[in-house]
Design a protein around this ligand. Structure first.
Ligand code: C2E
Ligand code: CA
Ligand code: CA
Length: 655
C-alpha cells in the first residue's frame, strides 16, 4: 500500500521542479501557455489527492471519514479534469481551438454532476465509515473511460496535424501515449504498486519541457508563433488548402530600432506585443496562421477575404500609430504580399517571394504594400535562374574579364584600366553585370567572382611584365560583401604577391554607397590596404546622397565621378556647376579624379577644361576582352616609343 503515495510524492517533486525550471528559464511562458499551466496544476492536484487518499485509507480512522471522502472526490475530479486540460493543450498546439473547447466540456460537466450524487448513489466509490473501508463503485470505469476517450481524441489530433507539430513533438506525444497506456495497464494488474500519479507527472514534465524548451515554436515576447512555428503552420495549411485563395504577407516595422533608441526597448516591445494581440483578435477562421518571424517582422497567411475585410490590414500604418498614439511618433511599416498558388508547396520559397516583394517596397515614400505581381515574378525567376547557374559558371569558365581603358585627359595617353566582369551563359547570351551582381551580392557569391577577377588581372599584368610590355595599373571592383570578411585584405595581398606584382599596379574600387554603412569596418580594411601600397578609389561618387563628411573619416586616393549623374552636362548649366564644385572639392582634398561614362566630344572637352586627370568612357573605348587590350597596350607602347624616338630625332635636328 505504501508505494501509492511514495510514487505520487516523487511525481509532485518532478512537477514542482518542472515549474521552477520553466520559471527561471522562460518566465514569459507563464503569460501565454495557459493550457500547459492548467495541465500542470491539475496533474499536481491529481498526484496529491491520489497520495493523500491512499494514505488516509491506510490510516482507516473513522474520525477522518469526511476528510477522506472529500479528498477522494477531489481525486476523481482531477482524474477527469486533468486529461481534459491535457487535450486542450494538445488542441491548442495543433491550432484547433475552436471546435474542441465546448464539445469536450460537456461530458466532463455531466461526469462532474454525477460526482455530486455519489454520496447517495455510490456510482464511483463507496466509503464505509466504521470501519473505514473503500470500495469501487459500479460506474468506476467512467473516469478512466473518459481518460481513454480523450487520449484517442488527442491521438487523432496529433495524426491530423503531424505537419504542424513536427517530427520531434509527434514522437514525444506518441511516447507519452504509450507510457500512459502502459501505466494504466499496470494499475489494473498490480493495484498495490500503482505509479499512475508519478507517470503522469513524468509525462507532463517531459511534454512541456520538450515543447517549450527543446522545440520552441512560440515567440516568448508576443505569445504568437515564432518563425519555426509559423512555417510549420503554413506548411500544414497550404498542404490541406488547395483553394488558391491564400495570401502570405510579410510585414516589417521599418523603424523599430529607432523607436527602441528614442523611447526605450520597453516601448519597442510594447509595439510588438500590441501588433501580435491585434493579429490574435483579428483572426476570423481556422484558415489563418500568423507569427513573429523576426525581430521586427511579422507574417500572416490567410484567405484573401481576410486582408480585404480586416481593418488591421487595410490600414496597418494608422492602426499601429494608434497603438502608441501617446508617443506622437509614426510607426512605419512595409509589407510584401505573395498570393499562394495551387502548385506551391515549399513554404520557405513562398516566404522568400513575399520577402522579395517586401524588399522592393522597403524605404519607399509612396507605397507601403507591394504585391508579388507579374513583373516581380519575371524578375524573381530570372534571379533564381542566375543563382542556379552561378555555381557551375565558375567551373565552366563562363566568366570573362574585360578591360576598359582609362586615358590621361591632357595627353590622351592610355594610363590605366578598369576590370569588368562578363558572363556568357551556356547558350552564348551575355548576362549584364547589372543583372547578376545584385543577385551575387545577396547570396555572397560575389566574393568568389571578385577574387576570380583579381586573379585574372594579376595573371594578365604578370604576362605583360614577362613580355616586356610596360604595365598600366588596373582597378578591380570589390563589393561591400567582400569587406565583411575579416580576412579579405590578407587574401587580396596573398593573391597579388603570389604573382609578384607591385601593389601600386592594383587599384581597389569600392562604390560610394558602400561607404555609407559599416564605416568603421570599411575604414579599417581600406587603411590596411593603403598601408600595403594599394590605391583606393571611390566609385560612382555623387550617385547617392553623398555625405561629404565621409571624407573626414575615410581615406581614399581617387574619386570616380560618373557622367550618368550629370547627364546633359553640355546643355544643362546646373549639371556643370555641380560637376565643377565636386571637382574643386576633390582637388582641395588632394584627390585624383577619374570621370567615367564620357561619351561625347563635348563632355570630354568640359572635363578637360576642368582639369580632371583621367577619363574613361565610350568616347575613348568600350570595355574589351583581355587579348584586345594586350594589343592596344603594346600598340600604345610602340607608339609612345616611336613618338619619343621622333622627338629625339627632331631635337637632334634642331640642335
Ligand atoms: P561600374 O563599376 O560603375 O562600372 C562602369 C560601368 O559603366 C560598366 O558597366 C561600363 O561598361 C559602363 N560604362 C563605361 N563607359 C561607359 C559610357 O561611356 N557610357 C555608358 N553608358 N556606360 C559606360 P558594366 O560592365 O555593365 O558594369 C556594371 C556594374 O557592375 C559596374 O559598375 C560595377 O558596379 C559592377 N561590376 C562589374 N564588374 C564587377 C566585378 O568584377 N566585381 C564587382 N563587385 N562588381 C562589378
Ligand atoms: Ca567601377
Ligand atoms: Ca562607376
Amino acid at each position: 500500500m505504501l508505494y501509492y503515495y511514495q510514487f505520487d510524492l516523487a511525481g509532485i517533486i518532478i512537477l514542482v521542479f518542472t515549474v521552477v525550471s520553466l520559471w527561471f528559464r522562460q518566465r514569459s511562458l507563464f503569460r501565454h501557455a495557459h493550457y500547459a499551466l492548467c495541465m500542470l496544476v491539475t496533474a499536481f492536484a491529481f498526484a496529491l489527492s491520489d497520495a493523500l487518499s491512499a494514505y488516509l485509507i491506510t490510516l482507516a480512522n473513522p474520525a477522518l471519514y469526511e476528510l477522506t471522502y472529500i479528498v477522494l472526490l477531489v481525486y476523481f475530479t482531477a482524474l477527469i479534469i486533468f486529461p481534459y486540460f491535457a487535450l486542450q493543450f494538445i488542441a491548442k498546439e495543433c491550432g484547433e481551438m475552436s471546435h474542441t473547447g465546448l464539445a469536450l466540456f460537456i461530458p466532463v460537466f455531466f461526469t462532474l454532476l454525477l460526482y455530486f450524487t455519489n454520496p447517495s448513489t455510490g456510482f464511483f466509490f463507496v466509503l464505509q465509515r466504521n470501519p473505514l473501508v473503500y470500495y469501487s463503485g459500479r460506474c468506476y470505469w467512467i473516469s478512466p473511460g473518459l481518460y481513454i476517450f480523450f487520449m484517442i481524441y488527442a491521438a487523432i489530433l496529433v495524426q491530423k496535424h503531424r505537419r504542424l507539430l513536427g517530427k520531434q513533438r509527434c514522437h514525444v506525444l506518441m511516447l507519452v501515449g504509450i507510457v500512459s497506456l502502459g501505466t494504466f495497464a499496470m494499475n489494473f494488474l498490480l493495484p498495490n504498486y500503482s505509479i499512475v500519479g508519478f507517470m503522469i507527472a513524468v509525462c507532463i514534465s517531459f511534454t512541456v519541457i520538450s515543447f517549450y524548451m527543446a522545440d520552441g515554436v512560440m515567440d516568448m515576447l508576443t505569445g504568437v508563433y515564432n518563425r519555426n512555428g509559423f512555417l510549420r503552420g503554413c506548411d500544414e495549411l497550404i498542404y490541406k488548402d488547395k483553394s488558391n485563395n491564400l495570401l502570405l504577407t510579410k510585414i516589417k516595422i521599418h523603424n523599430l530600432q529607432e523607436i527602441n533608441e528614442r523611447f526605450g526597448t520597453r516601448v519597442g516591445d510594447l509595439v510588438l506585443v500590441r501588433i501580435a494581440d491585434s493579429l490574435v483578435k483579428s483572426r476570423m477562421s481556422n484558415k489563418m496562421i500568423y507569427g513573429r518571424i523576426g525581430g521586427d517582422t511579422f507574417a500572416v497567411l490567410a484567405e484573401r477575404e481576410y486582408f480585404e475585410e480586416c481593418p488591421f490590414h487595410s490600414n496597418l500604418g494608422q492602426f499601429i500609430g494608434e497603438l502608441i498614439s501617446d508617443m506622437d511618433y509614426e510607426v512605419v511599416f512595409y509589407s510584401g504580399v505573395y498570393p499562394v498558388k495551387a502548385e506551391d508547396s515549399d513554404v520557405e520559397s513562398i516566404l522568400d517571394r513575399a520577402t522579395y516583394a517586401l524588399d522592393r517596397v522597403r524605404g519607399s515614400f509612396k507605397e507601403h504594400v507591394r504585391f508579388f505581381d507579374e513583373e516581380l515574378t519575371a524578375e524573381y525567376e530570372q534571379r533564381s535562374r542566375i543563382e542556379q547557374m552561378a555555381r557551375s559558371a565558375l567551373k565552366h569558365d563562363a566568366f570573362r574579364v574585360y578591360l576598359q581603358p582609362i586615358y590621361d585627359t591632357m595627353t590622351r595617353r592610355l594610363v590605366s584600366a578598369e576590370a569588368l566582369v562578363r558572363w556568357t551563359d551556356r547558350d552564348g547570351t551575355l548576362i549584364s553585370p547589372d543583372e547578376f551582381i545584385p543577385v551575387f551580392e545577396r547570396n555572397g557569391f560575389i566574393s568568389q567572382v571578385d577574387l576570380f577577377v583579381l586573379e585574372e588581372i594579376c595573371k594578365t599584368i604578370r604576362s605583360w611584365i614577362d613580355h616586356g610590355i610596360d604595365p598600366v595599373p588596373v582597378s578591380v571592383n570589390i563589393s561591400r560583401v567582400d569587406i565583411t570578411s575579416p580576412r579579405f585584405a590578407d587574401i587580396l595581398v596573398e593573391v597579388v604577391d603570389r604573382y609578384r606584382i607591385d601593389h601600386s599596379l592594383i587599384k581597389i574600387e569600392l562604390t560610394e554607397s558602400a561607404f555609407n554603412d559599416q564605416l568603421a569596418l570599411i575604414d579599417s580594411c581600406m587603411s590596411q590596404l593603403r598601408k600595403q601600397g594599394f590605391k583606393i578609389l571611390m566609385d560612382d561618387f555623387g550617385s547617392g546622397y553623398s555625405n561629404l563628411n565621409m571624407f573626414q573619416d575615410i581615406s581614399v586616393d581617387i574619386v570616380k565621378i560618373d557622367m550618368k549623374f550629370l547627364r546633359n552636362i553640355d546643355t544643362n548649366s546646373k549639371g556643370r556647376v555641380i560637376l565643377r564644385s565636386v571637382v574643386d572639392m576633390s582637388k582641395n582634398l588632394g584627390l585624383e579624379i577619374v570621370v567615367e561614362g564620357v561619351e561625347t566630344e563635348e563632355q570630354f572637352l568640359i572635363i578637360r577644361e576642368m582639369s580632371c586627370e583621367m577619363t574613361q568612357g565610350y568616347y575613348f573605348s568600350r570595355p574589351m576582352p583581355l587579348q584586345m587590350f594586350d594589343d592596344l597596350l603594346s600598340y600604345e607602347h610602340t607608339k609612345e616609343t616611336y613618338e619619343e624616338e621622333v622627338e629625339e630625332v627632331l631635337d637632334e635636328e634642331l640642335a
